[in-house]
Design a protein around this ligand. Sequence first.
Ligand code: NAP
Length: 305
Amino acid sequence: MDEYDMVIIGSGPAGLTAAIYSGRQNFKTLVLEKALAGGTGLIVPLMENYPGFDMISGRKLIELMKIQTMKHAEIKEFEEVKKVEYNGDLLKISTTKASYMSKSVILATGSKHRFLNVPGEAEFLGRGVSYCATCDGPLFVGRRVLVVGGGNSAAQQAIYLDSIGVLVAMVHRRDELRAEIYLQKLLEDKDIPIIWNSELEKIKGDQLVQSAVLYNIKTDQKEEVITNGVFIAVGEIPANQVAKEMGVEIDERGGYIITDKGQRTNLPMVYAAGDITIGNNQWLIACSEGAVAALSAYNDIRIKK
Ligand code: NAP
């Protein structure tokens, strides 16, 4: 069984940064990723708040980070971690393909999108329903779509779709957005309509999406809106299954991993970083937590020796 100093689970901004920091301490480092490297970072349309880049897409930044990471660590994609357990002084990481031993583990498993669970959502997935504007937006150029949600992701997706020529309107359940003011101003500047106080009740169609039924919570009225697509961006839920099963302490309300300032969890030699931890889900913060986690592991292992 291959043995590592550090195994990082997840390869979003937190996982890749942790790998760079770990590898640079001469730690034999492995990153395990269940899909393509990048995680939800891949679906960020455009970032304007990452220092050093006036504007960069998530996909591009991940591409650059991945190249940099591979100088310092090994990345295995499409290999899902199923279990992490202690084996003597080491941790044993079992995946869909193999098992590895490691002196330390960083959980950087991020989050997954929340479903609305309305009729038509699952049925029309890939046939008009999407959770990723950068992946599916180009299919809707010149056509009508609704973006459901009022946070940063919904606002970013709506702005991106508008920028590529999709006829976009937002649907939000309240009369005020949660998105940051900068994004709200962009929505206003671009005249992107917002259907306020409305919940998506049903998605209808034949082979493809044709309309959506909205329920206005203020007027108690329903309206059927003609649309070719529905992009759902109603928040994220932490991908905490591996952490939960191995006994990592998790906050009961949100399901996020609790860490100390060094990104240490309650379990020895197990650290967590990025959107899986309590705190702001921001690219820069994920990177910072990844760096801190790797340095803590390095220092803790040195002290142990
Ligand atoms: P979010 O900030 O949690 O916003 C989710 C939105 O969906 C909220 O507006 C919420 O409405 C709405 N919503 C939730 N459940 C709903 C339901 N059942 N029906 C209808 N609407 C519902 O999620 P996010 O936008 O995906 O962002 C996730 C995290 O990533 C946040 O911390 C965010 O700040 C961060 N992020 C940051 C950036 C950036 O820095 N530019 C970009 C993207 C994401 P209410 O407002 O009424 O609760």
